[in-house]
Design a binder for this molecule. Structure first.
Ligand code: COI
Length: 352
C-alpha cells in the first residue's frame, strides 16, 4: 500500500456514537481522513490519520484569496455489505478541472483513488447500511502558502474526510427564481467547484429564505432570462412529457448526478433535451398544465423534488410528488445501480 496507517488509527473508534436511524447531514465525521501536501512542484507524504483539526498560519493564502476547491461523492452498500463508490473518477477529473481554473496543481490519480480506497476500507463501518443513507465523501484542496500578496500559492493541501448522511433536503422544496443577483457569468469560474462560488451565493439565498423559500434558482447574468442551476443542485423539468435541462456551460457546474440522471432517463426510453430553458417557457408551460415535474440533482441532494417555483409575485404549484413518473422512475433506477441491485452498464460503480 502507498499509505501507511499508524496503529493508533485503528483504535478508539467513535462509531458507537452514531445512530444510523437519526443522521443529521454533515455533522458527524468518520474516524479518519486522508491528507497529502504539495510542495516544490510535487505531491508528497499522502497519509491517513485520525479526523481532527489542522493547524494553519493566519496568513494561509486560501483564507485570504480563495484558492479553495472541493468535491462531493458518495459510497453505498450492496446487499452483501460490500462498499460501492459511485463514479469516483468523474469526481477526480472534475477536481482537476476546478484546480486548473483556480491556478492550483492537478492531483494525481493514485493519491485520489488509492487514498480513497484505503480510507474507506479503514472506515468501512461508517458506510450506513440503511436505505436512503450513504457515506458522503468530501475531497478538497486549498492553498497553504504563508504569504500576504495576491499570487498563486506554491504549496497546497489535499484532504478527504467522510460523513455518514441521510437526506440533504427533508421535504419537497419551495424555490424562487432570482431576478437580481447572479451566481456566475460567462468567462467566470461558475463551472468550478470553488469555495467562493458557494460563499457568494449565501446572501441572495438567505434573502429568499427570509421570504419563505428553501433555495433560489439562478438565471443567466445577462438577461435573467434563462434558468441556470440552483447552487447546490442542477435543475431539471418535465415539460410535456420530455425531460429538459439547461446544457452545462462555463456558468453551470457539470453535475455528476445530472449526467447520471440524463443517461438513466435515456436508457429507460424517455426523451431528454439538453437546451436552454427560459423563465417564460416555464410560466407558459405551467399555465397550459404542461410543467409536470421539477427537481434538483446533486450528490448531496440526490434527486430533490420541487413543490413550488416562485417568480414575479406568482407561486407556481406543481403536481403531487407521487404523480411524477419520470423523476420517480429514474430516481429508483439510479438508486438500484448505486447499490448493486441493477446492472452497471456504464461502469459507474467502483467496488472497494
Ligand atoms: C454536493 O452535492 O455534494 C455538493 O457539493 C453541494 C453542496 C453540499 C455544497
Amino acid at each position: 500500500d502507498m499509505l501507511t496507517i499508524p496503529a493508533q488509527c485503528v483504535e478508539n473508534s467513535r462509531i458507537a456514537e452514531l445512530d444510523y436511524n437519526n443522521i443529521e447531514f454533515g455533522k458527524i465525521f468518520s474516524d479518519h481522513m486522508l491528507v497529502a501536501d504539495y510542495k516544490e512542484g510535487k505531491w508528497e507524504n499522502p497519509h491517513i490519520r485520525p479526523y481532527g483539526n489542522m493547524s494553519l498560519s493566519p496568513a494561509t493564502s486560501s483564507l485570504h484569496y480563495g484558492q479553495s476547491i472541493f468535491e462531493g461523492m458518495k459510497a453505498y452498500r450492496d446487499a452483501n455489505g460490500d462498499i460501492l463508490l459511485f463514479r469516483p473518477l468523474d469526481n477526480f477529473h472534475r477536481l482537476n478541472k476546478s484546480a486548473e481554473r483556480m491556478c492550483m496543481p492537478a492531483l494525481t490519480e493514485d493519491i485520489f483513488m488509492q487514498g480513497l480506497e484505503q480510507l474507506l476500507r479503514l472506515d468501512a463501518a461508517w458506510v450506513p447500511p440503511t436505505a436512503g443513507c450513504a457515506l458522503y465523501i468530501r475531497p478538497f484542496m486549498f492553498a497553504t502558502d504563508e504569504f500576504i500578496g495576491v499570487r498563486p500559492s506554491s504549496s497546497y493541501r489535499f484532504a478527504i474526510f467522510t460523513c455518514p448522511v441521510g437526506a440533504y433536503y427533508g421535504q419537497p422544496l419551495r424555490v424562487a427564481i432570482e431576478p437580481h443577483y447572479v451566481r456566475s457569468v460567462e468567462g467566470g469560474a461558475g463551472y468550478a467547484k470553488a469555495a467562493g462560488n458557494y460563499g457568494a451565493a449565501l446572501y441572495p439565498a438567505r434573502q429568499m429564505q427570509e421570504r419563505g423559500y428553501h433555495q433560489l434558482i439562478w438565471t443567466d447574468a445577462k438577461e435573467h432570462k434563462y434558468i441556470e442551476e440552483s447552487g447546490t443542485m442542477n435543475l431539471m423539468f418535465v415539460l410535456d412529457g420530455k425531460l429538459v435541462t439547461p446544457p452545462v456551460s462555463t456558468t453551470i457546474l457539470a453535475g455528476i448526478t445530472r449526467d447520471s440522471v440524463l443517461q438513466v432517463a435515456r436508457d429507460l426510453g424517455y426523451t431528454v433535451e439538453e437546451r436552454k430553458v427560459s423563465v417564460d417557457e416555464l410560466e407558459e408551460a405551467h399555465k397550459a398544465g404542461k410543467l409536470q415535474e421539477a427537481f434538483g440533482t446533486g450528490t448531496a441532494a440526490t434527486i430533490a423534488q420541487i413543490a413550488t417555483i416562485h417568480h414575479n409575485g406568482l407561486d407556481m404549484d406543481l403536481p403531487a410528488i407521487e404523480d411524477r413518473k419520470i423523476s420517480n422512475h429514474v430516481a429508483a433506477e439510479l438508486d438500484k445501480i448505486k447499490t448493486g441491485q441493477a446492472p452497471d452498464t456504464h461502469h459507474w460503480v467502483h467496488r472497494i
